[in-house]
Every structure is written in structure tokens, then in C-alpha cells.
Design a protein around this ligand. Structure first.
Ligand SMILES: [Ca+2]
Ligand SMILES: [Ca+2]
Length: 213
């Protein structure tokens, strides 16, 4: 910079330092989740980004507001670069709600998004398997609520007979379930308030039966 009165001049220089501004990273909204006891979410997809840093260098962390229901170690990340996933596995036999906060860091600044995981209780009596029979129950569930919904994950296209009992002795067919994917729900509209035990007959592969209402 030079200052002059027309005859004499005085020059001085200075250094102008421009500090780079670090913008905080970004994270997309992760929506709330509702699942059944003894199951898990997702993987739920979300995206992250940062103006200065490559998405692959961003670091994710997560915390649970209810570690009894969802221990921090049961929150798993997947994916790569900008496209990431989070999968939440609640502790066995626990139900309730937990707020999961996912934080992305560029090493200096952070951004977070939260989502509520609601885990509905289910009473599953046990798993019974009889080998060598074409008519065997692989899953059993018990409920005392009307309009019980059975969530069934079986083999694609296979027809399953759903039976209910109140004493483990006499079984009544309450309907059949069949879907192209093997997965879906069956609602037992005939159920009353009495304790009911359900079984699914046929020889499915990896049959998974859950109850809710
Ligand atoms: Ca940044
Ligand atoms: Ca959210």
C-alpha cells in the first residue's frame, strides 16, 4: 500500500491471510422406523456430503437414547462414499422407543440427523421343527389379542396353512397364506381375547413368524 502527498511517498506492505472456511458436512433425513420385537430395521439408506472433503473420508458415528433397547454397538453402518446405510438391531426381547442420532464429521465440523425406532412387543412362544415330515410346524407364536397379525417370511409361492389352538391339543385352520415373495402378513380376524397359539404348517425354508396387532 502506498500513501503519497505528491512529493514524498511512504510504502508499506502487509500480508493478507485468507483463512479457508470449513463448511459443515451434510446428512439427509433418516425417517422414523417401526419394527417388531426381535427383528431389525433396514438397512436404511441416507446420503452424506461435504464441500471440502471427499465423501469417502467422512466419519459416521451413532448414539442411542435408550441403550437398554438399542445398545450403541447394535447400530451398524454400511455403504460407501455419499451413499450410506444404517441398520439398527434392538436387544432381544426388548420393546419401546429409542432415538438414534447419526452424526457425520469431516474432522472439524459435524452434522446430525435423528430418527425414532419404535419396537412393538411380540410374544413368540418358541420354534418347533420336526424333520422328515411334510406337515410340520416350524414356528409358533402365542397371543391373547384379537385381530392378531402374523408376519410371515417363507418361501416364494408356497402355500402355508395357518392354524390356531387354545390348548396345544386341538388345532383349527384359520386360513392360508401364500405370496409370490414368500413374505407378508396374515390377519386372524377370528381370534378373540383368549390366549391363542399359532402354528404354520408345511415345510418352509427359513420360516419366520412374528405377531403383532
Ligand atoms: Ca467441511
Ligand atoms: Ca430424521
Amino acid at each position: 500500500m502506498t500513501v503519497s502527498d505528491g512529493s514524498l511517498s511512504n510504502a508499506e506492505s502487509f500480508v493478507l491471510t485468507v483463512n479457508a472456511v470449513n463448511d459443515a458436512p451434510t446428512i439427509s433425513d433418516i425417517p422414523d422406523q417401526t419394527i417388531y420385537q426381535n427383528s431389525w430395521t433396514g438397512p436404511i439408506h441416507f446420503t452424506i456430503g461435504d464441500i471440502e472433503s471427499d465423501a469417502s473420508s467422512l466419519v459416521l458415528s451413532a448414539s442411542s437414547s435408550n441403550p437398554t433397547l438399542v445398545p450403541n454397538g447394535n447400530i451398524a453402518f454400511g455403504g460407501s462414499d455419499a451413499n450410506r446405510t444404517v441398520k439398527v438391531t434392538p436387544a432381544l426381547l426388548q420393546s419401546g422407543t429409542a432415538t438414534i442420532t447419526v452424526t457425520v464429521s469431516d474432522g472439524v465440523a459435524t452434522a446430525s440427523d435423528s430418527f425414532v425406532v419404535t419396537v412393538n412387543s411380540v410374544v413368540v412362544l418358541g420354534i418347533a421343527q420336526v424333520s422328515g415330515s411334510s406337515l410340520h410346524a416350524e414356528a409358533l407364536g402365542v397371543s391373547g389379542s384379537p385381530n392378531m397379525v402374523l408376519e410371515i417370511k417363507g418361501a416364494p409361492g408356497t402355500s402355508y396353512q395357518i392354524e390356531a389352538s387354545e390348548d396345544f391339543v386341538s388345532w383349527t385352520a384359520v386360513g392360508t397364506f401364500q405370496s409370490a415373495t414368500g413374505s407378508g402378513t396374515f390377519r386372524d380376524a377370528s381370534g378373540g381375547d383368549a390366549l391363542r397359539i399359532y402354528r404354520v404348517r408345511e415345510a418352509p425354508v427359513d420360516l419366520d413368524l412374528k405377531l403383532t396387532h
